[in-house]
Design a protein around this ligand. Sequence first.
Ligand code: SF4
Length: 493
Amino acid sequence: MSARSRNAHLSKTLYMRGLQCLKSLWLDRRQPEVRREPPPDLIARWDAGTEVGLYAQQLFPGGVEVPFNGRTKVEQLAQTRDLLAKGTQTIYEATFSSEGVLVRADILRKTRDGWELYEVKSAAGVKPHFPDDVAIQYFVLSGCHFDLRRAFLVHIDTGYVRRGEIVPKALFAMQEVTDIVREKQSAIPAEIARMRKVLAGELPAIDIGPHCTNPYECDFIDHCWRHIPEHSVFDLSGRGVDKWDLYRRGIVRMDDVPLEDLNSAQRMQAEFHRNRGEHADPDAIREFLEELRYPLCFLDFETYDSPIPPFDGTRPYRQIPFLYSLHRQDSPGGTLRHSEFLAPPGKDPRDALTERLLADIPEGACVLAYNKTFEARVLKDLAERFPAHRERLLAIAEGMIDLMVPFRRRDIYHWRMAGSYSLKNVLPVLVPQLSYEGMAIKEGKEASLAYHALDKIEGRKAREKAEEDLRAYCRQDTLGMVKLLEKMRALAK
Ligand code: SF4
């Protein structure tokens, strides 16, 4: 091995990247300019992860942090050595290096039995790749002759309900991974050697595969997948056929998929794509329409979630509604009325939103949502919070009708829906004048980020514009449902 390959520096992040794909490791070091910029929602997740890390430190308060911002690795290593020499019992972000691999331990704590390592994750459980993350830390610490007795993964406990201040001991759950991490030690030197060899050579010939999204979505997808055309086998909906098997057999374009390999839903998608076909089943649509009654309400919520429950009575990762749009029609062909509510950011939106919502939905109304599981879940969470309104909220949730059903059943299908029945795919095809193109906010993730950004906007006009962008997005969803229903009525005739 050349000196260059022997000396290639690795970190825990690079090691995990290399385990997922050696080409990704090579591109990261040698051709980083082809990397995709992290999308705003991923940056928001990283920020949330930092907050989770700070709460996790409170599990073992009184520790000393080794800061890494603005400090060199040499300084971080020296400070860690210094803290250990002084007998510090709890260290956050302790930094170690061995065999050219650098790791930072989220939390190191000395007990009567020896040192314990805690790796903090903002996930709601332990994922299969998490122990590898701890194993490389264990390997490096052992290489530094550090006597690590036990290792744990710390993750969010979604059963936690906030009451007052966050209670870290209740917010987090722990799983000991000492044994599995020890078992992984023997394979690590070979993995490191393999990664160094790759880094010293030319771009490895690794094709795309399931590893591109597992365990993480790779940030080189735009680069590596550029040979995949629009309308490919990867657009086939659902499970059914093994798309990677098709790809390995050289079948990439949707037009070339052998129909006999597909399940019925996929075959319909492929056939309709091939023939540029469309279809509507008037009997099935009529049956669906017969369920509806007046007054008719079209409801859509915008929500956000967070690993750290922001308000009393909220749980980790539960959706918190901050905006709704409601279109209402009291009789067939009657006037369409609209109401909406956008909660001011920074405080619990649920009280005011619930009061307004219940005032806007008439008693006994027939409420439609698109993908009602989501709206019904939000209503049930509100019912849990407001016992006084529980009965009505649950009645709305349980009586809700899902406008998505005829599209999921493919009572109505058009090849340009590309096997999807999401509103974002269905609406532009059936009601092209309501396309999301050109809107400032085009999807739910953007809406929740825009809501959190409202507080930071300076200037009344800019803030009003941002609020209107949010309302317009949500309004588009419910108006889209109104127009879809009109289209369905026409197709049923
Ligand atoms: S996109 Fe896939 S093949 Fe390309 S570097 Fe990433 S994981 Fe590897």
